[in-house]
Design a protein around this ligand. Structure first.
Ligand code: 6U4
Ligand code: NA
Ligand code: NA
Length: 159
């Protein structure tokens, strides 16, 4: 079977869900892009525990609860690795956000997203995300990590 990487992606929303905290990624995969917070799920933790841990490592916020919002699969030309990214939001979190080694956080209006500085798939599923829907998507990228050559995206009732 092909290698498979399990990842998390979590978006802190302010209580009326009008704003979202994104991080400008300072290193590694997706460097110089704005994104939610997240990373690899570790063997001893659940997926939601991984999302909570990564949020704290990358933004210093501590989530008290998280909501499952979507699952995204990414395939890259000439790369056998499938990325399976579990997307969450949180409206219950504590602490003050801080810049970390990996991320420089910044609040954005949910209708005023920096899509030209984000992964290309984000503008496809973000409308579902802000309408409170759950979704499953699959995106096939060229090696340039910009061009999407095929996509499947659907709202779902449960994940
Ligand atoms: P380390 O090695 O600890 O720095 P780690 O934090 O475990 O890495 P990282 O930062 O490489 O993992 O995780 C990649 C992050 O990028 C995850 O949050 C998932 C996210 N991601 C990957 N492809 C994406 C895409 N096409 N669209 C998107 N987020 C993506 O919105
Ligand atoms: Na990360
Ligand atoms: Na990590």
């Amino acid at each position: 079977s092909k290698p498979h990487r399990l990842l998390t992606l979590i978006f802190p929303l302010n209580p009326p869900r009008a704003q979202v905290l994104l991080g400008l990624k300072k290193r590694g995969f997706g460097q110089n892009k704005y994104n939610g917070f997240g990373g690899k799920v570790e063997p001893q933790e659940s997926i939601s525990q991984g999302a909570i841990r990564e949020l704290t490592e990358e933004s210093c916020l501590r989530a008290r609860s998280v909501n499952k919002r979507g699952v995204l699969f990414f395939y890259f030309e000439n790369d056998p690795v499938t990325m399976e990214v579990h997307v969450f939001d949180t409206v219950e979190y504590e602490g003050e956000w801080e810049e970390t080694e990996e991320m420089a956080p910044k609040w954005f209006g949910v209708g005023d997203m920096p899509f030209d500085r984000m992964w290309k798939d984000d503008e496809r599923w973000w409308p579902m995300f802000i309408r409170g829907k759950k979704f499953i998507g699959r995106f096939w990228f060229l090696e340039d990590q910009v061009t999407i050559v095929r996509e499947e995206l659907a709202e779902v009732d449960s994940l």
